[in-house]
Design a protein around this ligand. Structure first.
Ligand code: NAD
Length: 462
């Protein structure tokens, strides 16, 4: 059964589940598959990390319409996550083909799930990001194509590992998508071309905001009677722990950093930043609830980035660019729709609702869903055997998130060149974890975990 064969009700449900808006526009745009007589053109998929994003990504994979594609294996560290994903992904019809003995649980479940695939098939890596390099390494050895969620590194040493692994996967012609889906947004793509064409002159300033109420899953103290394993509890609350996720900064702000740097067509070389913990309640996480970063590009241009997770304040989720001849909305509110547009003056600088009086170009409406487009693009590249590898870009965006976060957490100016040599790997033995391992970070006698202390702990984040 394909998307056209679903009844209108199940189709609506399926599209909702896969997050596929504007499906018609997307379907029309996908490349025709190369089908060779006598060949099995079925792409098989294994999902590693059966949580919120893993489920959606698998749904989007199964909604790609250019040839046979099947989900054949599931892996997680929690039995109930595998069971829930199986239940919900069954809704994708006959493309769901996961037999009972291809559902795996545990820290080695990723290997077992990938062992169900053949070279050229696809593994989805959607666990907390600390596991990315471990699982990507195995995928490279198995000759698999990969879709991995952002961020793909949590600290400098893991970013360096990902740069190296990325090079290896390029050499092996593996196709690898990284979940910075805004890069696949056609409106932002058109905006990028227009900025490169000089329609708003030279960029002099970029601004990004993700300031909202409580955003991350933040942990209150563990109750050993309910959560026996400290390690699994920390993994469940991965946004709280820098070793598991890079914290709320890396998880949430990486998209804005990435889309701004795309428009600038460059990456910052240093950062200085402010941040603090204001209202942590009884949370025992390591995050700040405000971040304000000043990134500097090589030509002196600045990217000013604000992150905040405090209820009751001005809220905004957007990225903006200012040039010598005008300004641009890169994204107006959230990841989609972008509502990208160009202004003949500096109107993108307005707070609140931006007036369109001086718009000189706006993107087409409705905009296709970039979460689906990133899958359409990856699978088309696999079927057409075109070069497709987003690891270097994904590792750089992840490193830039570490740069801004570390500047805030230490209170120091951090240079990208120094960061690359930084040796604080938060969880160096993450590839050896078992269900009985101690957590990579332990609480003190009061049940609190180390938090960054700008100006006091200046060489490391904690
Ligand atoms: N691109 C986007 O807009 C977007 C949106 C949401 C999440 N994400 C990313 O997706 C990733 C997952 O986030 P989520 O919101 O789905 O979290 P989640 O907690 O809902 O899912 C993560 C899953 O991975 C499992 N897991 C943890 N460690 C594992 C291991 N070692 N092996 C196998 N399974 C393991 C967990 O049990 C859980 O089911 C994160 O990197 C996050 O940043 C991206």
């Amino acid at each position: 059964m394909n998307l056209h064969q679903l009844t209108s009700e199940t189709r609506r449900e399926f599209l909702k589940q896969t997050g596929r808006f504007a499906a018609g526009a997307t379907l029309a745009a996908v490349a025709a598959p190369k089908v060779h007589a006598g060949e099995d053109n079925t792409l098989r998929i294994a999902l590693v990390g059966c949580g919120g994003r893993g489920n959606s990504a698998a749904g989007q994979a199964l909604a790609v319409q250019n040839g046979p594609i099947e989900l054949v294996a599931l892996a997680d560290v929690f039995t109930e996550k595998v069971a829930k994903a199986a239940e919900s992904l069954k809704g994708s019809g006959e493309r769901y083909k996961v037999p009972g003995d291809q559902k795996f649980v545990g820290f080695d479940s990723y290997k077992k799930a990938m062992d169900c695939l053949k070279p050229g098939d696809i593994v989805i890596l959607a666990t907390p990001p600390v596991f990315r390099w471990v699982q990507f390494k195995y995928a490279i050895d198995k000759g698999l194509n990969v879709f991995m969620e952002k961020p793909i590194a949590v600290d400098a040493p893991t970013a360096v590992k990902m740069f190296e692994l990325g090079k290896e996967s390029v050499k092996k012609n593996q196709k690898v998508g990284v979940g910075l889906m805004c890069r696949h947004c056609r409106s932002r793509g058109e905006l990028f071309k227009r900025i490169k064409d000089g329609q708003i002159g030279d960029l002099t300033l970029l601004r990004a905001y993700r300031i909202a109420g409580r955003t991350a899953k933040e942990s209150t103290p563990r109750k050993p009677e309910n959560e026996a394993s400290e390690l699994l509890w920390q993994i469940k609350w991965f946004h709280s722990f820098l070793w598991a996720s890079g914290g709320s900064f890396s998880d949430f702000l990486v998209h804005n950093v990435d889309e701004c740097c795309w428009m600038k067509d460059a990456w910052p070389i240093e950062a200085q930043a402010l941040g603090g913990r204001h209202y942590r309640g009884d949370n025992v996480d390591q995050n700040f609830d405000t971040y304000a970063v000043e990134y500097t590009f090589e030509d002196g241009t600045k990217l000013m980035l604000d992150g905040r997770t405090i209820d009751g304040c001005y809220s905004r989720h957007s990225s903006l660019a200012h040039g010598t001849k005008g300004s641009a909305v890169i994204s107006e509110h959230g990841h989609m729709p972008s509502r990208a547009r160009l202004f003949s003056n500096q109107d993108a600088g307005q707070m609140g609702k931006i007036s369109d009086a001086n718009v000189i170009w706006r993107c087409k409406d409705p905009e296709p869903n970039p979460y689906q487009l990133e899958w359409d693009d990856l699978v088309a590249a696999i079927r057409e055997d075109k070069p497709y590898n987003e690891v270097e870009r994904g590792a750089e965006a992840s490193l830039q998130a570490v740069l801004g976060r570390m500047a805030a957490h230490t209170g120091q100016v951090i240079k990208r060149s120094d960061l690359l040599k930084h040796d604080h790997e938060f969880a160096p033995n993450v590839d050896k974890l078992t269900l009985d391992s101690p957590a990579p970070l332990l609480a003190d006698a009061n049940g609190k975990y180390p938090v960054p202390m700008p100006g006091k702990t200046t060489k490391r984040e904690y």
